[in-house]
Design a protein around this ligand. Sequence first.
Ligand code: AMP
Ligand code: GLY
Length: 330
Amino acid sequence: MKVLIVGSGGREHAIAWKIAQNKKVEKIYCAPGNAGIEEFAECVPIGAMEFDKLAAFAKEHEIDLTVIGMDDPLVGGIVDVFEAQGLRVFGPRRNAAILEGSKAFSKDLMKKYHIPTAAYENFDDSEKALEYLETAKFPIVLKADGLALGKGVLICQTLEEAKAGVKSIMLDKQFGASGNRMVIEEFMTGREVSVLSFVDGKTIKTMTSAQDHKRAGDGDTGLNTGGMGTFSPSPFYTKEVDEFCEKYIYQPTVDAMAAEGREFKGIIFFGLMLTEDGPKVLEYNARFGDPETQVVLPRMKTDLVEVFEACIDGHWIRLIWNSKIMRRSA
Ligand code: AMP
Ligand code: GLY
């Protein structure tokens, strides 16, 4: 079996390491890959957004399975391009990857299907956003609608800061077209936990929990990041929290996407905030987390290729985890 992985981060390194353990896998390619990934895969100099070139490569090299690690190609519709050419691929189609690609979409979905999340309003007009802020409670959170390399979120302490934030997102386009729309939402406090899951369109199986070190500086100082380091499991993700999320967040999200005609196959990453009022969704991602994957996959005993196949074909597989505690710095 030949596998192609699309991406170039620590996440794709962890995916390649895990896939290499499957005895049926005789060759792994990674596009574009990185120096570390070369340990397990041949790196191919094709960019993650070059869908036609990637599909041509997959055909020419008789790739049996392509795994998309990154958000940009998923949101851009790489899975649709591969499927249209009869290529087997793991990841959500474009109409489902919108779960990550548009924060306004995901907030509306959660509201419609009563999935717990912070109170919010969506805006596509900066004047209306500024007006709304006049009577809002602070701190408040501003989010550019689209992908922004994990940086499109501003936590504003004062009205002045928030007004400057609206200007930089919607008018100065600090995050490009991602700022054409914006979500303004309630500030929540609590522990943050990441839960990744495998989804076959109808059913969901969560992976073991993980947690990031969010702040850039030592001693939890500095700006929030996508993760300066990570560990698994999270001691805050208790059985009670898991039961609540199973009932009110995980399956309801999969059902909501199916009900909207956006059947989701692939990874859903739930960014959760454990608030005093219970767990709430901070964000969804439509892919493995980076760096979380580096501590989650080493704890998974089940073969990853078999799980990917089970998701694509919609059959049942049991996930088994080891009890090791994993830690990684970014
Ligand atoms: P997101 O990309 O939506 O996960 O936001 C990035 C980070 O911003 C999160 O990991 C949180 O640390 C923080 N954040 C996002 N939304 C909120 C919120 N409503 N309240 C408090 N912090 C938030
Ligand atoms: N670590 C957060 C993310 O992958 O988006």
